[in-house]
Design a protein around this ligand. Sequence first.
Ligand SMILES: *Cc1c(COP(=O)(O)O)cnc(C)c1O
Length: 455
Amino acid sequence: MANSGSHRQHKFSARYVPFSPNDPSDEEYSLDDVIYRSRDGKLLDVQHDMDALKEFDGQYWRNLFDSRFGKTAWPYGSGVWSKKEWVLPEIEDSDIVSFFEGNSNLFWAERFGKEVLHMHDLWVKQCGISHTGSFKDLGMTVLVSQVNRLRKMGKPIVAVGCASTGDTSAALSAYCVAVGIPAIVFLPANKISLAQLVQPIANGALVLSLNTDFDGCMRVVKEVTSKLPIYLANSLNSLRLEGQKTAAIEICQQFDWKAPDWVIVPGGNLGNIYAFYKGFYMCKELGLTECMPRLVCAQAANANPLYLYYQSGWKDYKSVKAKATYASAIQIGDPVSIDRAVYALKSCNGIVEEATEEELMDAAALADQRGMLTCPHTGVALAALIKLRKKGIISATHRTVVVSTAHGLKFTQSKIAYHSGMISDFTCKFANPPIEVNADVESVMGVLKEKLPLA
Ligand SMILES: *Cc1c(COP(=O)(O)O)cnc(C)c1O
């Protein structure tokens, strides 16, 4: 019987290596180094000692992870840290900063699946039901825990900073304030939702509102963090992806360790599509599951450099100037993790799809009217699914998981705009505006007689 202490004596380890899967080098760094890129500027990847992990079989890991699911033993009650050996094996439990994130529910989207898509095995992984309302919590617990460890070791880190389209800054601020590390967030002025802006403000972060877009904030934060002892928390930082990947492991776990056929993830900076790939890959490689799902990265048509690259047959990559999109967390034209995403998609026979503003808002409304409350990014993923069903690529019997990345309540402004028909670019087909009625029974009865299927 597995228990969390049974392999205490065993030495699992991880290190940074340049992200270069097809051309591995000897270059490597300790996770206790403060470093974001390799000598020649490549992204880094956290590489686990797979041989050490493979000394235990799939059944061992399944039992171990299942034994920790949803309990309170520190830190394993977290969906991320219940997979600690696969995430940051060497960190002390006492250095971990966690809100017991993860363990999010997998919702059977029965009515939406049947009515809109004619499919019966559609699931939505509700990653947005989380401490700060988005799946960014999964990665931030890992990054802030490691920074906490580095500070205790005496490394000169005075604060942690990030550029953000909203959710990263909310997560960073919450995890930092929980352990008393100063957080600095660089936000594009007027490009994030009020619910996103209020979080770092309330959590006491230093909030810098810059008159530019996300890509502009990113350029500034990179320079500032190279000049001052501020730790860079953007998803360029490979630590976060180690936490994000646990959502994929959890999906397998929730299906009793069977990988689904398809997983659809909305993509902006493109760290997450790689993180999901890595989670599914580790499950298969370490014998917990038998196969890999095919991944779909769903982009907003207004910020679609990966989609255009995919359409060119992976021949012609250009960053784009991202245009405004309701899916504001993925309004990114120059994604830092482009190489990671391309590797992930090629390795699992993946697909890239896109959704226009009308398509993503209509898909979100259709889903909301069948039991969900979706954010616009989830709308992008649902719209992509609708298209892939129409094209016959995803079939009626395929088990499909849509990753819902943020809570719908973070995006009330765009929902209100849609339902009051205040969007001039398209018709808002499924709008459900409130009806103003005089406060007397006769007027109310008049409306009810018109609206209800009364005999
Ligand atoms: C960050 C984020 C994404 C996209 O993740 P990337 O790694 O940037 O591709 C999607 N949806 C929401 C709500 C996010 O916050």
